[in-house]
Structure formats: C-alpha cells, structure tokens
Design a protein around this ligand. Structure first.
Ligand code: ZN
Ligand code: ZN
Length: 100
C-alpha cells in the first residue's frame, strides 16, 4: 500500500520544474580556426558535399562526408569567411601550455 495519491501532498506547485538543465551548447573539445584569417569556427554546418549535397560541419565529421554511401572526403577545408582553402589539420588549434 504505497500509492498515496489523495491530494494531501500537492505535487509541487511552486518552482515550476526548475529549468536549470545546463543550457545546451556544450563546448566543443577543440578549438578550430582558419589559419589564414583567424576566423573562429562556430560549429555550424557551413560545408556541403559536392557529390551528394549533404550539408555538414566538416570538423564534426573530420573532413568526411556524413553520408556513408558517398564516402567523400577532403584534405583541404575552405573557410566560410575568407574563402580560402587550408589543409584540414591546420585548422585545429593546438592548445599548448598557455602562451601569453
Ligand atoms: Zn557526399
Ligand atoms: Zn579564413
């Protein structure tokens, strides 16, 4: 006899379910930036596959097309801001022991 559902303890009616769930946008684990113009990648899908038209974030897929049946991949990554290509790996900012 556990079910006590008769109005005695009103289901919390203060604190409407505290929306405090850690507001999304978890920080990406690495920093990515255009080696040419220093644009900071903001983790949006700026890239598209010319073969299958998929739209994706090339730093999430590591320069591979997200469509497994397509299998396209790229060595160069074009900057959405300055429009120049750089080797994909050059985009990753190595965060060393904090230089000032
Ligand atoms: Zn593709
Ligand atoms: Zn750039």
């Amino acid at each position: 006899m556990l079910a006590k559902e008769d109005g005695t303890e009103k289901k919390s009616d203060r604190g409407k379910r505290t929306v405090r769930e850690k507001q999304k946008t978890e920080p990406p684990r690495m920093k990515v930036r255009c080696p040419l113009c220093k644009w900071d990648h903001d983790w949006k899908p700026y890239w598209a596959c010319e073969l299958c038209d998929a739209r994706f974030d090339t730093f999430v897929t590591k320069a591979h097309c997200p469509d497994p049946t397509c299998g396209n991949s790229w060595e160069l990554t074009w900057c959405p801001r300055c429009g120049n290509p750089s080797p994909h790996l050059d985009w990753y900012v190595k965060e060393g022991p904090r230089t000032s």
